[in-house]
Design a binder for this molecule. Sequence first.
Ligand code: GDP
Length: 323
Amino acid sequence: MAVSIQELTSGNRRALSKAITLIESTRGEDRQPAQHLLQAAMPHTGKSWRIGVSGVPGVGKSTFIESLGMLLIARGHKVAVLAVDPSSPFSGGSILGDKTRMEKLVAQPDAFIRPSPTAGSLGGVTQRTRESILLCEAAGFDVILVETVGVGQSEYDVASMTDLFLLLMLPGAGDALQGIKRGILELADVLVVNKCDGDNRDRAEAARSEIRQGLHYLRPQDDKAPADVLLCSSLTNEGVEAVWDEVSTRLEALAQSKRLESNRRKQNLNWVKSLIEQQVLHRFWNDGNVQADYMKMISELRSGAVTPIQAVEQLLENVHLVR
Ligand code: GDP
């Protein structure tokens, strides 16, 4: 499954597809070529806007991304869409991946759409997505949309790998309250009430007021401009251009103030930390000593011979996490 860096940087979509399949591969023999390719790609990365897009299932994420993607391509951008789907590793099902989505966008030579990787844990999936962002950048894509659903940890993961987080919301009451409860409203830089068309217009306005009220109670993060609430219809495209104006103005401002750079540096550092945590845990559970001692420890714990803290200390005593 060899992919050359020349093929990748020439913008060949097939090469990009193959490159992502390579880094997603769980086969031992693919690990080294995948890391070599990523390393070769590094000098060609960093020159895109990385945008997270989230919202509950049915809010219109695919429809919105297709509408925005078509607009961006008409303006000369190259658009990549990656998905982080927390349903896949646990249930084997997929919230984002299995329907036919974004048919118009898929057909565009300047678009690249990649469904969520399905293997491994959610942590593994998000790591693959971080690497996929870099590969898309090396292939010349300058707007990267990372889509996820409002489930579990995935929104935080996506916010931790993007420059701006856009939350789509439903018209009518209720969605804002849920968003506040789950802390998701605080994560968003731009809030968009979708489906503002036909009979929904009044309900969209009501949602906007509710969201604004909700935002009023939240303490805006110090280093963020307060989120704005926009209305759009992804079905008629009305308002989608204004959403992009807001998004791009914010991104330009971030870049000019050098906060884009410092945010990405922080994100990279956090990525390194989480990789260390993952690898240390992996080594711990795969250590021969742990495997032998673990069962013994459980029975000692049951009989009350040791406390949980003592048990952990004993387990760690014989483990060599650094090789
Ligand atoms: P996702 O699950 O968030 O990706 O949502 P989809 O994009 O699949 O949309 C769910 C449903 O809402 C579909 O039937 C869409 O046609 C519909 N939908 C999406 N955007 C709009 C919109 O702006 N207006 C209206 N009226 N319907 C929409």
